[in-house]
Ligand binder design. Structure first.
Ligand code: PLP
Length: 404
């Protein structure tokens, strides 16, 4: 169930309508810079005594509108330690990877280490291994399903400063216990961050488990239509976001374009409606696949057969629209199925209105050595689906004919 209030929050824009032209939807501020009434005002802004729009790499009205909306969504229904409504600040980036890069750069320095699990988003792994490593920020990749295992690694590596979690993850939809992980991180003074892309704020609010930072690739469910790249970084530490994280965005220049922010805001208006339908369709398809003779295994956190069903039920209020399944017969059968798909779209992204299907072993993970792929749960016959908003019957018909 999606929380009461989410739908209103998503659909409503709080924009200034005091200008002469009263447009219903927010205008797009396609302007790299902004003007001031007086030089005195500029001085105050540059001295940091007053806030104003200066330059769109610093901020822009379209960007701030979605920043406020997403931060409020992630806090909806949650209280701070004093019993007041939880408040957070977010920053929008050019892409999910922009937000994840800023998370690492704003929090870590040479000599620090991150602990994360083996199967995080491919490009996040590349960022850690091929970019952060060269800057002296190291990563310990481990199995996050056993708390004792993580604790052992933390004890062995005193330079660990951050715990980075992706739940549910890609493509096996494994879920990791946010409450237990947050408690463990606190015990050792680690900063925690969650990539919440797969669940969206509708179905999972990591702040409920006192997680420090949340990131989303807004390219996926938040935008929902595949029209623009974007990423967001959110934290309850408002000062940190205003100073350190903002400085990172300003200096690396990974800012979102006003038009992309505007498209994102348009997408968010229907987020709760879409998420409910994505989840309802995904459950129906997961159940259909579970009963299909050509399918040996279905990974969907909303199925009681999923190994992390208990964790998913504890920390998620819905199970989103991502699932994967294993076909009997391996690589050849997987490729054959992709060739026969007609109604679903053969592509690698996720979170759009239409159903997307892909075969990781021959597509997204084709360059990953087989052994490493298998260790990450990506078998040769694994198929991943981002279940869309169509009639579930049409999706099932297509799967049925493609598996014949
Ligand atoms: C897509 C994705 C990213 C990266 O986001 P981009 O917008 O493509 O840069 C990060 N994490 C997850 C879970 C994703 O699905």
């Amino acid at each position: 169930m999606i929380q009461k209030g989410m739908a209103s929050l998503c659909a409503k824009d709080s924009i200034d309508r005091s200008g002469k032209v009263l447009s219903h939807t927010p205008p797009i501020y396609a302007s790299s810079t902004f003007v001031y009434e007086s030089p005195e005002k500029i001085i105050k802004v540059f001295e940091g005594k007053e806030e104003a729009y200066v330059y769109s790499r610093w901020s822009n009205p379209n960007i701030e509108l979605v920043e406020e909306k997403i931060a409020t969504l992630e806090c909806l229904g949650l209280k701070d330690t004093n019993g007041n409504t939880l408040k957070a600040k977010s920053l929008l980036f050019a892409s999910g990877m922009g937000a994840i890069s800023a998370l690492f750069l704003a929090n870590l320095k040479q000599g620090d280490t991150i602990i994360t699990h083996n199967n995080i988003y491919g490009t996040s792994t590349e960022l850690l291994k091929d970019v952060c490593d060269g800057l002296g920020i190291k990563t310990v990749f481990t199995d996050f399903s056993k708390i004792e295992n993580i604790e052992k690694q933390i004890k062995e590596h005193p330079s660990i400063r951050m715990m980075y979690i992706e739940t549910p993850n890609n493509p096996t939809l494994s879920c990791y216990d946010l409450e237990a992980l947050s408690d463990l991180a606190k015990k050792y003074g680690l900063v925690t961050a969650v990539d919440n892309t797969f669940a969206s704020p509708c179905f999972q609010q990591p702040f409920a488990f006192d997680i420090d930072f949340i990131v989303h690739s807004t390219t996926k469910y938040l935008n929902g239509h595949g029209t623009a790249l974007g990423g967001i970084l959110i934290s309850k530490d408002i000062e940190f976001m205003k100073k350190k994280a903002w400085k990172v965005r300003k200096t690396i220049g990974a800012c979102c374009s006003p038009f992309d922010a505007w498209l994102l805001n348009n997408g968010i208006k229907t987020l709760p409606l879409r998420m409910e339908k994505h989840a309802a369709n995904a459950l129906q398809i997961a159940e259909f696949l579970e009963n299909h003779p050509a399918v040996t295994k279905v990974n969907y956190p909303g199925l009681p057969s999923h190994p992390n069903y208990r964790i998913a039920t504890k920390q998620m209020s819905g199970f989103s629209g991502m699932l994967s399944f294993e076909l009997q017969g391996g690589l050849k059968i997987g490729i054959r199925m992709m060739n026969k798909i007609k109604f679903c779209t053969l592509t690698a992204t996720l979170g759009t209105a239409d159903t997307l299907i892909q075969h990781p072993a021959s597509m997204t993970h084709a360059t990953v050595p087989q052994q490493q792929r298998l260790a990450g749960g990506i078998s040769n016959g694994l198929i991943r689906m981002s279940v869309g908003l169509e009639d579930a019957e049409d999706i099932m018909e297509d799967l049925k004919q493609a598996m014949l």
